[in-house]
Design a protein around this ligand. Structure first.
Ligand code: G6Q
Length: 551
């Protein structure tokens, strides 16, 4: 029997002196208002800001003092953040429940040797990137053609979770840099609508499917891949066509071969790269096909810049460390349940969805590395929408509701699509929102505007709502890389403080197993002997009744 691996920390979080100091300190900070903190320190806006890897983080509008930051850093040190991040970068098996190294940083490593079980993984990473670039070149030049000789005009990525969200987000984010003569679509859901709508106006002769699945066992992906195969063969009527219209991204050579894809057309991955951290690997093939190898490498450089920054910058000048610690501060000392991510950039419309997986699949954990139930809150709920759209819906709650919702605002100084006054108006909204959230509007100010007394409470804004602002010059492949790596490492920082395994996902595995049991019960021609709870039994019976009625 395998024994449980050693937990990284033996002293419980609540027993750490730094944690206790923060508990006392937070009693002092809670009554402070950002109005006062800014009035007391005219330089606060510049003092609580860092510029690194093309990103300017203004964290001055947080409910923190210099002492808070010091204490949070002491906490990070007490939790051995420096040692833990080195262990990750060096390929130690820090994903303890799966006994795996965690090496997404190797996907963008340059000139380094990173050993896993004595083997340097970097040359293999570069070999796959080279193969992706060759393939991209063939598609772009039209030397790779479909079975009937037509050039590829449509690329469809079939994958789910980590094999979908990164590619979709990156495609949308970098659409400005993408080929406009190729249509890119993404099919993830097992719901047939996803497939039907993605393919209804396309010609199979001009369509390439990228079947993206680390395991090549995922129900949704394999079902969609088989449907895609039938769709292609229905038109082309020749098994040989599969070779020209399907490529795979996977670790599972046998699975790929069994499906009928030539393994020469398979782009490899590794078990040390988790799905939600894989957009830089061959999972990014659709991204490279969209933006080209050069832009893809620029994106990797952005990731690498942030990796280096995270690894070397002192904690008080370290973007991911500070953002991670601020998330811990609000989660554990202010009882905040969520973090809103609000990009003022339409191209980042899928960024919050991408972050939901990165953050919540990573830190939605209830036991420590050693298997003990935590007695503190872990991963907050990340959510969001692009601005200014969100302002016309849920911002009301952030401004005047009873919940504390720390927000990350993300904006860019230069528009990718300059159009009249649009960009100034967009950014004026971003700046104004963070200002209003921090400083609010007092009853006196509301009254002075001529508001009748009875309406004053309704029009009063308490303020003191914390925000980070991330400002970059322009959304480029490189900036996107740095931005994603910033959140990856912020998530890591949080996970280290909470002493949890940020790299496993047993909840996802549960979902995969549960449906397997229910599928035959829905499909059986004879009434099955249902052994679920009475609620699930009744739902399945009703479903079956309606299915029969349709036939
Ligand atoms: C990510 C998760 C999960 C995974 C999907 C797809 O970290 O493990 O979202 O990416 O379940 O898995 P496959 O790539 O193996 O199909």
């Amino acid at each position: 029997m395998m024994s449980a691996p050693l937990a990284a920390r033996t002293l419980p979080l609540a027993k750490l002196p730094a944690w206790k100091a923060l508990l006392t300190h937070c009693q002092e900070v809670r009554p402070l208002h950002l109005r006062q903190l800014f009035a007391d320190d005219p330089q606060r806006g510049k003092r609580f800001a860092i510029d690194a890897c093309g990103l300017y983080l203004d964290y001055s509008k947080n409910r923190v003092t210099a002492e808070t930051i010091q204490l949070l850093i002491q906490l990070a040190e007490a939790c051995s953040l420096r040692e833990r991040l080195e262990a990750m970068f060096k390929g130690q098996k820090i994903n303890v429940t799966e006994r795996r190294a965690v090496l997404h940083t190797a996907l963008r490593a340059v000139g380094e040797q990173i050993l896993v079980d004595g083997i340097d993984v970097v040359p293999a990473v570069h070999a796959v990137l080279g193969k992706m670039a060759d393939f991209t070149d063939k598609i772009h030049r039209g030397t790779w053609r479909g079975h009937t000789g037509l050039p590829i005009r449509n690329v469809i990525n079939i994958g789910i979770g980590g094999s979908d969200l990164g590619p979709v987000m990156a495609y949308e984010a970098l659409r400005h840099y993408s080929r406009r003569d190729i249509i890119f679509r993404f099919i993830s859901n097992i719901d047939g609508t996803d497939f039907v709508e993605a393919t209804r106006d396309l010609n199979p002769e001009e369509t390439l499917f990228v079947i993206c699945s680390k395991t090549f066992k995922t129900l949704e992906t394999l079902t969609n891949a088989h449907t895609a195969r039938e769709w292609v063969l229905r038109k082309l009527g020749d098994d040989q066509a599969v070779a020209r219209h399907f490529v795979a991204v996977s670790t599972n050579t046998e699975g790929v071969a069994e499906f009928g894809i030539d393994t020469n057309q398979m782009f490899g991955m590794w078990d040390w790269d988790g799905g939600r951290y894989s957009m830089d690997s061959a999972v990014g093939l659709s991204t490279m096909l969209a933006i080209g190898a050069e832009n893809f490498h620029a994106m990797l450089s952005g990731f690498h810049d942030m990796d280096q920054h995270f690894r070397t910058a002192p904690f008080d000048r370290n973007l991911p460390v500070l953002m991670g610690l601020l998330a811990v501060w609000y989660t554990n000392f202010f009882g905040a349940q969520t973090v809103a991510v609000l990009p003022y950039e339409q191209y980042l419309k899928r960024f919050p969805a991408y972050l939901q997986q990165l953050t919540m699949e990573s830190n939605g954990k209830h036991v420590t590395l050693g298997g003990t139930k935590v007695d503190y809150q872990t991963g907050p709920i990340y959510w969001g929408e692009p601005g200014t759209n969100g302002q016309h819906s849920f911002y009301q709650l952030i401004h005047q509701g009873t919940k504390l919702v720390p927000c990350d605002f993300i904006g860019f100084c230069r528009a990718l699509n300059p159009l009249g006054r649009h960009h100034d108006l967009l950014m004026a909204n971003l700046f104004a929102q963070t200002e209003a959230l921090a400083f609010g509007k007092t009853p006196e100010e509301v009254r002075a505007e001529g508001t009748p007394d009875w309406l004053v409470p309704h029009r009063t804004f308490e303020g003191n709502r914390p925000t980070n602002t991330l400002l970059a010059e322009r959304l480029t492949p490189r900036t996107l890389g740095s931005l994603v790596a910033l959140y990856e490492h912020s998530v890591f920082t949080q996970g280290v403080i909470w002493n949890i395994d940020s790299f496993d996902q047993w909840g996802v595995e549960l979902g995969k197993a549960l449906a397997e049991k229910t599928i035959p019960e829905l499909e059986a021609s004879q009434t099955p002997n249902l052994r679920h709870d009475s609620s699930t039994n009744a739902l399945i019976e009703r479903y079956r009744r309606f299915q029969k009625r349709k036939k």
